[in-house]
Design a protein. Structure first.
Length: 321
């Protein structure tokens, strides 16, 4: 590791990322040299305003961890760039937590986690993730409490659960992101969370593209949902607003709305069956001035079987509907 300071004549070198961060001051830049760097079971605590960047091209510099603790915990407005973060263990790879002053930038990194979530954002933290590629055994991104992450052109794919799971009163915002190839849903919003998707593509997920339950809300604008096991599913007292979206249900329903849910759509195309337990649930689709189209699917939609991500789970943290 090389730590660079404006007042230092020569860069300061360290044997580990933990040592470099501990010696750094606000405003310093830490350059992680080419190769694989092992954290030796110790979490990297980033609690300073520093820039940590990997040398070379993406994939040339890897920071790895083999333990049951996060690879890195961010509690300050730091910057991470051009790194592969690889955790083999039963904790999240990257943990961002703290109050509203915790606004780190994570840019151009790859996050991999073999046994848990890829990135967890908690508290009131508001990180920005730009150009990130996240793969995990559980959810790619988990948001808790009142977290407000912003994702720009990120990929949350090939995860063992959902691409995104929003809980509590969190408010993730995704722009031009791809959520694909996940074993569960593309996006899940539960509790009182609010999710905003703009210009996103949700495809190839083994659950619905978007699943909203409890008192959560989902807002979709100019999104494409295709190749999933259903389009948008609403449960309990959930609400959704869609504008300029195209939903293809495939073998399942393009839109499924429970009795107490509410859905408002404008300029949307729904390809496949629409199932509303109560007509009031989708009254906003047919109101005057709403330019929506419902096209017949290639086959009659069926409710999904009680298997895979639709299997009943008593644990409130894994139960979506």
């Amino acid at each position: 590791m090389a730590l660079r300071r404006a007042q230092a004549k020569q860069p300061l070198s360290f044997r580990s990322l933990q040592e470099a961060v501990a010696a750094a001051h606000d405003g310093d830049r830490i350059v992680v040299q080419l190769g694989h760097h092992n954290c030796a079971g110790s979490t990297v605590e980033v609690d300073k305003r520093v820039l940590i960047r990997g040398e070379g091209r993406l994939g040339d510099t890897t920071v790895e961890q083999r333990s049951n603790s996060p690879l890195m915990r961010l509690s300050a407005p730091a910057v991470l760039q051009n790194l592969v973060l690889d955790l083999c263990g039963f904790r999240e790879c990257l943990l961002v937590e703290g109050d509203a002053r915790v606004t780190p930038l994570l840019e151009g990194c790859t996050v991999r986690c073999s046994g848990d979530h890829g990135v967890v954002v908690s508290g009131c933290a508001a990180p920005t993730l730009r150009g990130m590629d996240v793969q995990a055994q559980k959810a790619g991104l988990l948001t808790l409490r009142e977290a407000r992450p912003l994702l720009l052109r990120c990929k949350l794919g090939d995860c063992g659960a959902q691409g995104l799971r929003a809980c509590d009163r969190s408010w993730p915002q995704l722009e031009a992101c791809t959520l694909s190839g996940n074993k569960g849903e593309g996006c899940v919003a539960m509790d009182a969370a609010s999710v905003q998707l703009s210009g996103c593509t949700l495809s190839g997920n083994e659950g619905p593209g978007v699943d909203v339950s409890g008192g959560a809300h989902a807002a979709l604008q100019d999104c494409q949902l295709a190749g999933n096991q259903g389009g948008v599913f609403l449960w309990d007292a959930a609400t959704a607003r869609m504008e300029g979206c195209r939903l293809s249900g495939g073998q399942r329903h393009a839109l499924l709305a429970d009795a107490r849910t509410r859905c408002v759509a404008d300029r949307c195309v729904l390809e496949g069956d629409v199932l509303a337990v109560h007509e009031a649930a989708v009254a906003g689709m047919h109101a005057a001035g709403r330019d929506n189209r419902v096209l017949p699917g290639t086959q009659r939609a069926m409710l999904p079987p009680e298997a895979g991500c639709f299997k009943f789970e008593a644990d409130r943290y894994t139960r979506k509907q």
